[in-house]
Structure formats: structure tokens, C-alpha cells
Ligand binder design. Sequence first.
Ligand SMILES: Nc1nc2c(ncn2[C@@H]2O[C@H](COP(=O)(O)OP(=O)(O)O)[C@@H](O)[C@H]2O)c(=O)[nH]1
Ligand SMILES: [Mg+2]
Length: 338
Amino acid sequence: MAAASLPDPEALASRILRGERAAIAGGLNLLDNKLAEARERAVRLLVCLAGERWLTDGHLIGITGPPGAGKSSLVSAMIRDWRASGRTVGVLAVDPSSRPELGGGALLGDRIRIKTPAFDEGLFIRSLANRNQLGGVATEVWPMSWLMVTCFDIVVVETVGVGQTEIDIAEIGDTVCYVAQPASGDTIQYLKSGIIQIPDVFAVNKSDLGAAARKTASEIRRSAPRQDRREDWDYPVCLVSAATGTGIRELNEHFDRHRDYLVGAGLLAGLRARHQAAWVLRLLKEEFGTFGLEQAGGRAVVERRLGGTRFDQFEEYKRMREGILSRFSSVDPPTLLP
Ligand SMILES: Nc1nc2c(ncn2[C@@H]2O[C@H](COP(=O)(O)OP(=O)(O)O)[C@@H](O)[C@H]2O)c(=O)[nH]1
Ligand SMILES: [Mg+2]
């Protein structure tokens, strides 16, 4: 895309903050554009959108679990409940199996399995089909989720639980929910791995299957308690069925309760600030490599500059980025020996 056709970030931000759907889509595209000129504008967009409320508003829920556990089906059921109570919802489906049908007209083809009414002003879904790889969640998913938090009451990020993505989702969501597939080797593997430490809420889906689902739920309940277990959070294990709607209201209540818990314990703002700082560091590394980080003073210095509970990390990122770029351009070109 030519720079001339890239949107003006300041104008775009004010339209996004007014909740204009076309602007939200345009903003997500800009954050997703890897061209240098687009990156520059993407940072300006983030700076314009950021404010105190980045650390306090909305609820970012990360959903993970093995393929086929019913994550997309559950998200659809959760959406129905949230919309019925008037809450607005944004979804980032970072799931290769949630690819929209070719032709894309009906974004929510059968394969996405997030089934929703044809058009709903209070619901926005973006499929990022191929961003969920073994190497983890793609860097652009973080700012996309923050953009959506400025527009919707609840933002859901659905990822497939494979390797690094499990760890990444904990750096995106305020609340992380693991969706378990009854009687599956995946769950056993999961319980044995350290990743069991991550979720705040467990949903054993397909409770309509009966005994197998109850068994899986009790296996999770009996599994090793997490080391950093927060004493005042109970890590609920819920039996739900996306197919019949059983337990969906209760599951959503656990999400609300977890958010209330984070706010009450004074943890939410710190969590968001940490997630944003970790993303800035990751982005600097991706963009400029280890050498670039050194140009900005090294990892420790960068971490210190991003530390604390602050919402202006994007300003800081912009400054560091400009600093690194100017250093790069002032590095003498190698002299060729005669
Ligand atoms: N029996 C039963 N099947 C379900 C339920 N939820 C989802 N499924 C089925 O499980 C399969 C995978 O669902 P999907 O939502 O795409 O799973 P994802 O890969 O985790 O997103 C589909 O065939 C669904 O129809 C449920 O509550 N009960
Ligand atoms: Mg899915």
C-alpha cells in the first residue's frame, strides 16, 4: 500500500473513539501493516488512542485450548449471553481452523463456528486465521486487542493452545480461560505441563457428553495447584455446553467476578501496564533486533523506561524507536579497503 493511501492516524483515532465500524476496521488494518511508513502511523494511532482508561476500561478475555474443544462454539454462546444483557463485544479469532469461508462475503462461514446474527452493531469479529503458530501469537495481535478495548465492553481473543501461544495468551488477557475437551489426551498432557499454571478459569465444554466431561472436570480440580496461586481467587472449573447452552451464564459470571477481583485487589492496571511494556520490548526486538535494543541502551534500560503503572508506553516506544532509527542512520557505512 502506498504511503499516500494510509489513513491519517489522528483523524482515524477520533473516529475509532466514536465507535465507527469502518474506522475500527481501518485501524486494525493499519496495526496489521508491516511497511515502515505504516508502522510509523500505527504508533501514532496508539499514542492517540492511549489514555488512563487503557489501564482500567473493558475486559480482555483470552480463550485457549486444544483444537476441536469447542472454543469458537463457546465464544458464540458467550456472545449471545453478553449481547442479551446489552454488552458490546469485540472478537479476535486467532485460530487457523476459524478461517472465514473463501469469498469472505459472509465473514462467519461455517468453519469459523462463531455463529452470530447477520448484523449486530454491538458485535465486531476479526479473523486472524494464520497468526497462531507454534512460535506463538503474532506481535500485532496485542495492539489490535487494545484498539478493540477502546470500543467494546468485552474483547475476546481466541487462540489455539499450542506451545508458546499458551504462554502468550497470559500476556494478552486480563482473564485467561482454558477450554478443555472431555476425555482427551490433550487435557492429560496439559495437566502434566507447567501451562496448567496459567488459566484463571477452566471451562470443560461438551458437558452434554455426560460422564466423560465430569471426569475431566474432576481431573482438573485435583491437579497440582499453581505455585503463584492467588489466595483470594478460586480458579473455578465449570462444566459447560456450547451446544445446549448449559453453564454459559455461570461461565460469564466467573469472568465478571475475575475482573472485579482484579480491580478490587488493585491488580488490573498493573497487569495491563506490564502486558503493554512486554509488547513494546517484543516489538523493538522484532523491528530492530538485539543490536537495535543495544542502541536504545540495552534491555535493562528499556525495561526501566517502560516500568511502572503508566499508560504512555507508546510515547516512550515512539521516542525509543526514533532514537534507534537516528542512531542507525548515523552509523558510518563500512569503508571498503582498497
Ligand atoms: N457435543 C458437543 N459438541 C460441541 C460442543 N461445542 C462444540 N462442539 C463441537 O465440537 C467441534 C469443534 O468446535 P469448535 O467450536 O470449532 O472448536 P474449536 O476448534 O475449539 O474452536 C464442532 O464439531 C462442534 O460442533 C458441545 O457443547 N457439545
Ligand atoms: Mg475455533
